[in-house]
Design a protein around this ligand. Structure first.
Ligand code: FES
Ligand SMILES: [Fe+2]
Length: 443
């Protein structure tokens, strides 16, 4: 159906990672040589090897080296806004508790009792002051301190001090709509990870947005395929003919500053042929750019955030197996929007689920092709797939770095006036952060 003319430029030899075509030992992927085709300049780079999507050995190593060390999205901010709320989330191979204590502090802990290691909680819940282990009823306050040790003093144990056995801490943080956790104390802080995202999106006032709906979807595809699909609009006209009426290919622009994310924007969101995205009332106080645009951010590694002037659709990717991912989908809207109606939301929601369903169908098909075909990786499109190149290099860095303390490379963003926009024209109505960096370009 698609007749694409590929570049006539000399094509590098098809890359083959160490370990062969799909059956290589997982250990090879921690070596730089396996990522040669990823680390070439965009115009010479190839997609990831099928093993990155299909091989259980790759998946296990990725769980350890990438999800075990990155700042991972574990939820949306409203989920843990209330004191006493506790989330139970998987980060890499570790179960993590995220709590909001009465003092307002957000904290993270390993979900294992300090007595004999029992899982403390199975699912999100409200905690009435103390986290109780179901086994021998040791109790922990929401700040992690051990506050109750039933009958332990029946026969006193010399030198035992409950203060020596708090829950093991995990770093957590919030940006905008997302909650993050990081298992590795060596990983640089969240603000370095996020780069310019907080400033870039400050105009939306995300702190006050509320959740309209949450739902989970199981997808028979690797988590990276879902993220890659989100990052490129190459497929827009063919996979989403209706979406292409409100988010036109010609209205897409770069939205890329420094940080561990891949961004793009649609300006303007169009309402002349379909108005599904515009039926809800917009947030109050947006500037002319935020008020007219759709922002699409793949926050590395597992957060997919779409922000429109009047709602946001967030997908948190939870990798289950090499070829299986759970999508946690959340709709959010700005506060107290006059004119909010369930009917308007139904229209917005239905449109998103149609679009997301089309994306799921195509990524599941991509997964089948990769697992059944095992073909060598193909060339990336310089016009449309620079975000994938950026993303693949983040994956490569996490997989190969000895430590993210020294090995984390937060990629740069577009420079003002940068001619290398990969075929995208300058945004006629750029976000404030880009206007402020381009003197004389005010709109
Ligand atoms: S294992 Fe938790 S109290 Fe014994
Ligand atoms: Fe899509």
């Amino acid at each position: 159906m698609q007749r694409l003319s590929l570049s006539r430029a000399p094509v590098p030899a098809a890359p083959v990672a160490e370990g062969g075509s799909g059956s290589g030992s997982a250990g090879d992927w921690s070596k730089d040589a396996a990522w040669d085709a990823t680390r070439r300049p965009l115009a010479e780079a190839f997609g990831l090897h099928p093993a990155a999507y299909c091989d259980p050995g790759f998946f296990a190593l990725e769980r350890e080296r990438l999800f075990g060390r990155a700042w991972v999205v574990v939820g949306t901010a409203p989920e843990v806004a209330e004191p006493g709320r506790m989330l139970v989330r998987r980060v890499g191979s570790t179960s993590v508790l995220i709590t909001r204590a009465g003092d307002g502090a957000l904290r993270g802990f390993v979900n294992s009792c300090r007595h004999r290691g029992t899982e403390l909680a199975e699912a999100d819940c409200a905690v009435g002051g103390v986290i109780r282990c179901p086994y021998h009823r040791w109790g922990y306050a929401l700040d992690g301190s051990l506050v109750s040790v039933p009958r332990f003093d029946d026969v006193p144990r010399a030198g035992f001090d409950p203060a020596d056995y708090p829950l093991l801490g995990v770093r957590v943080g919030i940006w905008g709509l997302l909650v993050f956790a990081c298992l590795d104390p060596e990983t640089p802080p969240l603000d370095r990870w996020l780069g310019d995202l907080p400033e870039r999106t400050a105009g939306y006032g995300f702190d006050c947005w509320r959740v309209c709906e949450e739902r989970g979807l199981d997808v028979a595809a690797n988590w990276k395929l879902i993220s890659e699909n989100f990052q490129e609009y190459y497929h827009l006209a063919w996979v989403h003919p209706e979406l292409a009426k409100v988010s036109r290919v010609s209205d897409h622009y770069r939205y890329q500053g420094p940080g561990m994310y891949c961004g793009q924007t649609t300006t303007p969101v169009s309402g002349d042929e379909r108005d599904d995205w515009l039926t809800l009332p917009p947030a109050v106080g947006l500037d002319s750019s935020d008020g007219a645009s759709g922002r699409f951010l793949a926050v590395f590694p597992n957060g997919l955030v779409s922000v429109l002037p009047n709602h946001a659709f967030v997908i948190r990717l939870e990798p289950l197996e090499a070829g299986r991912t759970r999508e946690h989908c959340t709709f959010l809207v700005p506060p107290a929007a006059d004119g909010f109606t369930e009917a308007a939301f139904v229209s917005t929601r239905a449109f998103w689920h149609q679009v997301n369903g089309e994306d799921i169908d195509i990524v599941e098909r991509a997964q089948r092709g990769l697992s059944q075909g095992g073909v060598p990786p193909g060339p990336l499109s310089p016009r449309f797939e620079e975000p994938l190149h950026r993303f693949h290099n983040m994956v490569a860095d996490c997989m190969t770095a000895d430590s993210l303390a020294t090995g984390l490379r937060v990629p740069a963003g577009d420079a003002p006036g940068d001619p290398e926009r990969y075929g995208s024209r300058p945004n006629p109505n750029p976000p404030a952060i880009e206007r402020s960096r381009t003197p004389g370009d005010e709109t």
